[in-house]
Write a protein that binds this ligand. Structure first.
Ligand SMILES: Cc1cc2nc3c(=O)[nH]c(=O)nc-3n(C[C@H](O)[C@H](O)[C@H](O)COP(=O)(O)O)c2cc1C
Length: 315
């Protein structure tokens, strides 16, 4: 069994030791191979929204690929060879830092398992050799670890756990390590060891038998505590997975209530991703019938009036 840990952080920082401690626990629990990857050692370029990946998935005749030449293919291969994943990140300004976020951007929609499955089926139906790698379709368990130098970490989980959505990962634990000084020598080290062991135990089980042991959170599907509130009666939406619920006050305590139908539409589940795919197709069909010439004309006019300024190189 192979456990791959991807993290963003300093080469001699706190997180790298938390990652190593978790991997040691994985080895002790039966993992025969572990891989530790620091995103700061890689060259992962920001997504440029060229849509080549979307076209590649939606149009079986299109042979283009992502034009960015960097280490993303190598990183994908590490993921595809894994049986279980650990993603770990510190907090920079209350969320995962840039290199981690850039990796997350590069995972979607190109890596969306539901888009990939549909493309795979379409290609087979046309008698083509599928261009999609079948290894994406395995449901891997994942452990997320977020840490930081203080308690300012409210967006930790919703920013670190983004890979769950495109990759269809199954979260089995989340650990938060605020005020991380000394964590390796107090009870939090035991929590990390327990998490590594649990990850490997879960990887040995089929997806339907796996369990989650982290903070239950507010969202019953993805376990996030960060919710978006609107002023509608049922106006509570999980800020990570999009499950829709209702805010309930009972005996002076606030809790969230989610119907099974709403939970099934969470974006970390197949149903939610399918609905999202249908919505995109529907909008795409509508957009194809609209005349956008006035919008284009105004955009051209504005571009002439407000050109971008950039530094002059080589001065
Ligand atoms: C730009 C910057 C912003 C930071 N913002 C936060 C923050 O919002 N919350 C927090 O708990 N720690 C914050 N920190 C502290 C880091 O999370 C902490 O130093 C952490 O140990 C870095 O991870 P590493 O040791 O694995 O490299 C920040 C550090 C930097 C450099």
């Amino acid at each position: 069994m192979k456990v791959v840990c991807i993290f963003s952080g300093r080469r001699n920082g706190k997180g790298i030791s938390f990652a190593r401690l978790a991997l040691r626990a994985c080895k002790e629990a039966g993992a025969d191979e572990t891989v530790l990857i620091n995103l700061n050692d890689l060259n992962i370029k920001p997504c440029i929204d060229c849509k080549a990946c979307v076209r590649r998935l939606s149009d079986p005749t299109f042979d283009g690929t992502c034009p960015l030449k960097d280490d993303m293919d190598w990183l994908d291969e590490q993921y595809l060879e894994s049986d279980a994943m650990i993603y770990l990140s510190p907090m920079y300004e209350n969320s995962a830092p840039g290199p981690y976020k850039i990796m997350c951007d590069r995972l979607g929609p190109s890596h969306d398992v539901t888009f990939q499955k549909e493309a795979y089926d379409n290609q087979l139906a046309r008698g083509m050799k599928p261009k999609v790698d079948e290894r994406f379709f395995r449901t891997r368990p994942v452990l997320y670890i977020g840490h930081g130098g203080s308690e300012w970490n409210y967006l930790s989980y919703p920013t670190i756990a983004i890979p769950s959505i495109p990759l269809g990962l199954q979260v089995v634990d989340y650990i938060s390590i605020p005020w991380s000084n000394g964590a390796l020598q107090d009870e939090r080290a035991d929590e990390i060891r327990k998490a590594g062991k649990h990850l490997v135990e879960m990887a040995k089980l089929p997806p339907e038998e796996r369990s989650y042991i982290g903070d239950p959170g507010i969202c019953p599907v993805c376990h996030s505590r960060v919710m978006y509130l609107s002023d509608q009666a049922d106006g509570l939406t999980c800020a990570l997975c999009g499950a829709i619920g209702t805010l309930v006050v009972e005996d002076g305590k606030v809790r969230a209530s989610f119907t099974p139908e709403a939970m099934a539409l969470s974006h970390v589940l197949e149903g939610g991703r399918e609905q999202h795919m249908k919505d995109l197709k529907e909008i795409g069909r509508k957009n194809a019938t609209v005349d956008y010439s006035r919008e284009k004309e105004l955009a051209r006019e504005l571009a002439e009036e407000f050109p971008c300024t950039k530094p002059v190189k080589g001065v």
